[in-house]
Design a binder for this molecule. Structure first.
Ligand SMILES: [Zn+2]
Length: 438
C-alpha cells in the first residue's frame, strides 16, 4: 500500500536513495570562505566535487568533468525538447561550522520537540516551527546540535543526483536532454564567476536551492555595494588643536544618521529594501565604510544609494577639510526582470510540481541565488524548493518526504519538457529570442 506521507509513488520510490546521498554529502565539509583569494575559495569543496564526479561517471553520464574551478558538469541525452540545466551549489555557509556534520534521522517523527543530541540546549520547538508542526509522521533529518546541516544546498545536490540516477535506471522514460551543474562558492557570492554559459549549453536552467515544498522563486533582490571613503587630517594629538580632522569621528557621525526605524535589515521584511553597513575600518587619517543596498525595485535601489550619497555630501559640507568619495558597484539585478521574458520556464516548474500533487506559489527571495546572475547573463534560471529549512543554523532540518517530493518534481520536469506541447513552447521561445536578442 502506498505510504500516505508521499504525494506520489514516484516520490516514495526516490526517497531512500535521496536520503542516502544526502547523508553522504553533508558529512563532507565544503564550507566556503569569503576572505579567500583562491577559486574555489576553499580546497575542501573539491572533496565533494570528486565524489559527485565519481557517482556521475558510475551512472554512465557523458561529458562528466570536474573543472579546474571546481564545478562539476555532466550531460544526459534525452529524447526530445530543449536542453534543461539542473544546478545546485556544493558549498555551505560560514555562519556555522560545516565540519564533522553528524546528521540524525528522526524516523516517523511523533510531533514532540526535537532535542539535538550533542547540545541539549538546542531544540527544534514545535510551537516555533509551524512548517515542522505540519510534518508529523515524516522522517526528519537534523544536525547533532553543533554544526549546520548543509541542506543548503546539499538537499538540492542529492535531489538532482537522485532524479538523474532514477532516469539512468529507466531508459524507457522519455525526457528532455539534461545538463547537470554543481557550483562552488555560492554562499560567498561568487558561485558563477567562472561558469561558462555557452559551454554549459542549456536553453534554460533551474537551481534547486529553495526551501519550503511548493515555493518557486522567480524574484530576488537587486543588489549593490556602496563604499564611502573619508580622508581626514592626521596630526600628532599633542599639537593638533585646530588642525586635526578625525576620519573616525566623521565615519561615526555618518553611521549615526542612518534611518533607525526603516530601511535596515533589522526593521524590514517582505518586499521592503534596506541599506546596511557591513564593515567599517578607520584611523584618524582615513576611514572606509562599506554598505550593501538591497531592493526588489531597481528605482528604489537607486534611491537607497542616493541616500548614502546625500549623507556623505552632508558630512563633506560640514567638514570641508575632509575629502569624501562614494563609489557604487552593482552586484546583481532582480532576476524577475529577465525571467518575465520567458514565463514558460517558471510555469513548467509549476506544472511539474502539480504533477507531484503540489500546489506552488511565489515568494520574493531576500537575497540572491546562482540563478540571479545566470538569468542576467542570459540563462533564465528560476529556483525550485528543496525541502530544507532554517538554513545557515544549527537548527537546520529537512524532511525526507519533502526532499523526495523535490526529486520527483525534477523527474517530472525532465519528462514534461520532452512532451510536444512544452517542447514547442521551448522552440517558440528560442525563435522569439533569436528575433529580438536581449
Ligand atoms: Zn543555497
Amino acid at each position: 500500500m502506498a505510504d500516505p506521507r508521499y504525494p506520489t509513488p514516484l516520490a516514495e520510490e526516490l526517497a531512500e536513495d535521496v536520503l542516502e546521498r544526502f547523508l553522504r554529502y553533508v558529512r563532507i565539509d565544503t564550507q566556503s570562505d569569503d576572505d579567500s583569494e583562491t577559486y574555489p575559495s576553499t580546497e575542501k569543496q573539491l572533496d565533494l566535487g570528486r565524489v559527485l564526479e565519481g557517482e556521475l561517471l558510475d551512472l554512465g553520464l557523458a561529458d562528466t568533468e570536474l573543472t579546474r574551478h571546481g564545478y562539476v558538469f555532466a550531460s544526459m541525452p534525452g529524447t526530445a525538447g530543449p536542453t534543461v540545466g539542473l544546478i545546485a551549489h556544493m558549498d555551505t555557509s560560514q555562519d556555522e561550522s560545516g565540519a564533522n556534520v553528524r546528521p540524525q534521522v528522526v524516523r516517523n517523527w511523533d510531533g514532540s520537540d526535537i532535542v539535538l543530541p550533542e547540545d541539549r540546549d538546542k531544540v527544534l520547538r514545535v510551537e516555533e516551527n509551524p512548517i515542522l508542526a505540519a510534518r508529523i509522521g515524516h522522517d526528519v533529518v537534523t544536525t547533532a546540535g553543533t554544526t549546520l546541516l548543509g541542506a543548503d544546498d546539499k538537499a538540492g545536490v542529492a535531489e538532482i543526483m537522485g532524479a538523474v540516477a532514477y532516469l539512468a535506471a529507466h531508459p524507457e522514460i522519455e525526457h528532455a536532454p539534461l545538463r547537470i551543474g554543481f557550483t562552488v562558492d555560492e554562499e560567498v557570492g561568487r558561485g558563477v564567476d567562472h561558469f561558462d554559459i555557452d559551454a554549459f549549453g542549456a536553453d534554460f536552467a533551474y537551481t534547486l536551492d529553495g526551501s519550503e515544498v511548493g515555493r518557486i522563486d522567480d524574484e530576488t533582490f537587486a543588489a549593490s555595494e556602496v563604499r564611502i571613503h573619508i580622508e581626514g587630517v592626521s596630526v600628532h594629538p599633542g599639537t593638533s588643536k585646530g588642525k586635526m580632522v578625525s576620519a573616525i569621528k566623521l565615519a561615526a557621525r555618518l553611521i549615526e544618521r542612518l534611518p533607525r526605524d526603516s530601511l535596515s535589515p533589522e526593521t524590514t521584511e517582505g518586499r521592503e529594501g534596506f541599506v546596511h553597513p557591513t564593515r567599517v575600518t578607520a584611523t584618524t587619517a582615513e576611514a572606509e565604510l562599506r554598505f550593501i543596498a538591497r531592493d526588489f525595485d531597481a528605482g528604489k535601489l537607486a534611491e537607497h544609494e542616493q541616500l548614502l550619497r546625500d549623507l556623505a555630501a552632508d558630512i563633506a559640507r560640514e567638514e570641508p577639510r575632509a575629502r569624501i568619495s562614494v563609489t557604487v558597484e552593482q552586484s546583481y539585478r532582480n532576476m524577475k526582470e529577465f525571467l518575465d521574458h520567458d514565463p514558460e520556464v517558471t510555469e513548467a516548474a509549476d506544472e511539474a510540481a502539480r504533477r507531484c500533487g503540489i500546489e506552488t506559489w511565489r515568494e520574493a527571495i531576500r537575497g540572491g541565488t546562482d540563478g540571479t546572475m545566470l538569468s542576467e547573463l542570459g540563462l533564465p534560471t528560476p529556483n525550485i524548493f528543496t525541502g530544507g529549512q532554517q538554513f545557515h543554523s544549527v537548527l537546520e532540518w529537512a524532511s525526507v518526504q519533502d526532499m523526495a517530493t523535490s526529486a520527483a518534481t525534477i523527474v517530472e520536469l525532465a519528462k514534461l519538457w520532452a512532451e510536444p506541447e512544452w517542447a514547442s513552447r521551448a522552440s517558440g521561445r528560442r525563435a522569439r529570442n533569436a528575433a529580438s536578442p536581449r
